[in-house]
Ligand binder design. Sequence first.
Ligand code: GDP
Ligand code: MG
Length: 795
Amino acid sequence: MKLSELGTGERGVIVKVSGHGSFRKRIVEMGFVRGNKVKVILNAPLRDPIEYEIIGYKISLRREEASKIEVISEAEAKKILTEREARPALEADESEDAYIEREMSTLADARRKEIRVALVGNPNCGKTSLFNMASGRHEHVGNYSGVTVAAKEGDFVHGGYHFKIVDLPGTYSLSAYSPEELYVRRNLIDDIPDVVINVVDASNLQRNLYLTTQLIDMNLRVVMALNMYDELEKKGDRLDIKQLGYLLGMPIVPTVSRVGEGLEALFDKVIQIYENSDPHLARHIHINHGAELEHSIDRLKVLIQKNQDIRDKYSTRFLAIKYLENDKEVEAVVEGLPNRDEIISARFQEHQRISDLLNSNVESALVDAKYAFVQGALAETYEPYKGQKKRNTITDKIDALVTNKWAAFPLFFLVLYLVFDGTFVVGEYPMRWIEALVSQVGAFVSSLMADGWFKDLVVDGVIGGVGSVLVFLPNILLLYFFISLLEDSGYMARAAFIMDRLMHKIGLHGKSFIPMIMGFGCNVPAIMATRTIESPKSRLITTLIIPFMSCAGRMPVYILIAGAFFPKNAGLVLMGMYALGILVAIVAAKIFSHFFKEDDLQFVMELPPYRVPTAKSIFRHTWEKGKQYLQKMSGIILICSVVIWFLGYFPDHDRYQSAQQQQEHSFIGYVGKAMEPVLKPLGFDWRMGVGIVAGVGAKELVVSTLGVMYADDEPVGASGADDTRLQRALIKSVTPAGALAYMVFILLYFPCIATFIAIRNEAGGWKWAILTAVYTIVLAWIMAFATFHLASLFI
Ligand code: GDP
Ligand code: MG
């Protein structure tokens, strides 16, 4: 009987809780666990919620919730006991009350041994064969009113459990288009089987697993019967069943239902899932439909979730997905909600947004995403036999080349090379224009204002500081343009896929790779991009190592120093810096992965079909990432350049002859001097220390600060531009070994303030940001120390 049917004052013992995963979890957390006694405090016919007492607490449940909890009531127990011929004996000194309670528990245990199972699968995958083999044809036919489809029901005993099994009609999908699909869905939602057996035809995995993805959306307890396993073996296909089950979050049992092979093992697994006896057997995963669709799903989900009643009956994620698909039944459900207008207009906007961005309607985009998931899961686990005839969609053809054992990596590095080369070659032009523009604006403003500290603040602090960062904008936009192109076309998913195995070696996930590449542009959007990584551990580690990716801001330091000290091998040194960053990131990831708790590291790497990206989507994605860089500049960098300007300007700006002397006696000069003892062992002088301090604001500020610090060492007007002047000045005061160490230090130490804040936001707390700050600074010092002393031996 249902808990909701118990009257005021009645007692019962809980048999089981049915419903979708998140509902069960919530109810069980409230104490409604099998075997627990519950008493009704107040249940008036029209009253909602109902009040209960359980494990000594008073708790209210809504009627809908209580109707999903099965109990044995006192009355039921008494009835069964009187019907029995031999009533179990009272124990010595046992009251009638205690006796009934004990018997209720015994009966609840017995009732619990009844498992209701539904067979779900495509037509002709062998459901009926499985049903007949299992039930020994003790069948009868079930039906729903208004639906002309019927399902056979049967029962049998296995492993001490009484199974009630229903053979549902075959369907390819769980939309509400055909009577069969509707029937299956009603069964899963209204009748709520304890466990679903998803029967899958092993000789046609791609199509069959599509249905599986929809079961995953519904958040049910599923065991997969990998049927026709004989055919798969006969053909010589290879399938990593364990891994596939892991990726899909459900146990898989190979079966040959025509002869009944594997059924024992199958029902054993059903019992294990039902009893939840092994928490590693299943895990709740989400099909990742890609950032844009997930955004739409989340938006609708939040709106639907406002209605408690709905949350009990359906997985709200499933409802959101189906509603986006224009599912008629779900539309009817939404029609009845108090906030329906809000939901309807949200769907309208999301449909508009998706069709603008992806150039396809939401429904087919969702289907594509689900197939991308299946494709990715199979690519990792399934190997068709050699002689199979070639697949022939365009996507398959491209994939055959792009993920080919020999071609994959060379092709991948070629693509990366083109992206970076393209970025810097093309970016060179707008960079020069912006440089010229900034200096003209500076000169113009300068000519308008009266001399004094305020003018210096505006020209040097604001315009100069922000300008030195602005010049990187074209590079960054270009890099993100290329990355968006690769992402939207579908290639990036393949790149992540082929990197996956390597990334696993350092405790990361293939998807960590894209944010790391983005880090070469600017660490801030890169850290934000870690959101696409499902595994919390991978996401955190990726966030912590992104600061080692040489962002565009570090580039001018490398160019300046490599050009001054190693003119013949400047390119090599530059490459070395990038490589060192990557190497340190790898080692750090490896070390971190030992410290953080192991979690579900493996998720499916979706392989979406290739498509021609739409201009709108590319520009939007590029702009979104570029915007994060611009925001960093307009906020933090502006403040930092003003602060650094202030520290360098005061006190006593006008007391000294030369700018250099003045700097030496400014606040920042004192800071630099104070740091000297720490920097000496690295071969740096105090002025380089000032550069390091400035770099805390943004690494872009290092060069401009050094420019000021060394301004007087070489007279203006001598041959060459500003840069070479600074380079000559540097050569006079630092050894090549010290210069090399300086590059290493700049690469590794504290990521800029903006990155620091991004880490706090994405990793979820100051502690991670502070950890990053501390460990990068310590590491930078050690590495620079080692570099300086090693290099001193050779150069
Ligand atoms: P349903 O449509 O899902 O109910 O599938 P059926 O049980 O009616 O089976 C469809 C066909 O597949 C029948 O001809 C079965 O004999 C055959 N079949 C079922 N299971 C297996 C199996 O494990 N291996 C092979 N080779 N054939 C099977
Ligand atoms: Mg059948």
